[in-house]
Design a protein around this ligand. Sequence first.
Ligand SMILES: [Cu+2]
Length: 416
Amino acid sequence: MGFRLSLRRCLPPGAAHDYDFALNRAGTNWMHSHHGLQEQGLLAAPLIVRDPAETREDVQEVVVLFHDFTFRDPAEVLAGLQGGGHSGEAQAAPMDHAAMGHAAMGQAAVGQAAMDHGAMGHAAMGHGASAPAAGGHSGESGGAAPAAAHLNDVEHDAFLANDRTLDDPEIFRVERGGRVRLRLINGAAATNFWIDLGGLEGRLIAVDGMPVEPVRGRRFEFAIAQRLDIALDLPKNEGAWPILAIREGERARTGVILATASGAIGRVGGEADEAAAAVGLALEGKLRALQPLAGRPADRQHTVTITEAPGYVWMLNGKRHGGDTPLAVAEGKRVEITFRDQTTMAHPMHLHGHHFQVVAINGQRFAGAVRDTVLVPSQGSVTVAFDAVNPGKWPLHCHHLYHMNGGMMTTIEYEV
Ligand SMILES: [Cu+2]
């Protein structure tokens, strides 16, 4: 993502296509289908570009691709979301899935047997009751939008780390006292996570493949489509350390295990003790790029206002994709885009073909991370800057798969 790889080209069934491109930037990337809803079907993979200097270091690399998973046809999920809450999805879904979903949700859902999963997500999980430390919402009520932000709007059947759940997690054998570089990829269609390193403290050294001044911590916010590179110095003793991802606002989690040759691996349950907070911009505000953009004023400023409408319609500047007006940019110029989110949800906004620098949160200027996906919280604003150095027509969209399919995409276009 972010390179010319993001050129969207359809591969017909049975066909092959060689991609030949010059990658000039090392980093943790990933690739996925942009066709329809295939991404929910796990059509995604890591794409790691290694710096030759780094490969000579004595550091073990651990690549983990996280997903959310549903047994349902993603088209049914989307239809249910669009159906307004009492139609499509529940009727179309097999009863066992519906029952499983309700059972997993606990008592709150018992009286809502007729509701679809999407609506249930709003009612039972979304409006803050299950997110005691929700920090991603300012509390303001914007215009006609409901006052309460909500988190997850799609119920999933499982959360995966390298295609496995914590019932049978992948185990990476590590050295006592060894150095590890986690390359973590949030490949979920619709789920923001918290990375939880448990007893380990890590150093976040890159986001979306781009280096940042190291940030120490045990928990890191991890929005859809983002990547986190975290350096670990393991303890000198034998042991086993889970590397977990907890769904925001909930207890559900997934992950992998790092374990020394004779480290005792205990069972790690699929639920955390407490629901995770909402994912917001606490981490984003701390990040500083190691290779920031050159200081220069913006030549062009765009505002992208995010709104929603009944029927699961998500819009950029008041339009669904197809009826949208592309954002014009000129080659060689500095461009800034300010996202203003007037909806009840946060949106991971992703630009193809460029890395941008986060330069303001809620109007407060700073020189943040250079990256390709930034979360824009409900009722918040985020400004990003980039140099228009890659001519073409590039998608700019919410990386929540169902929001994108609900209209939340436009393009930037270079003027000729
Ligand atoms: Cu979105």
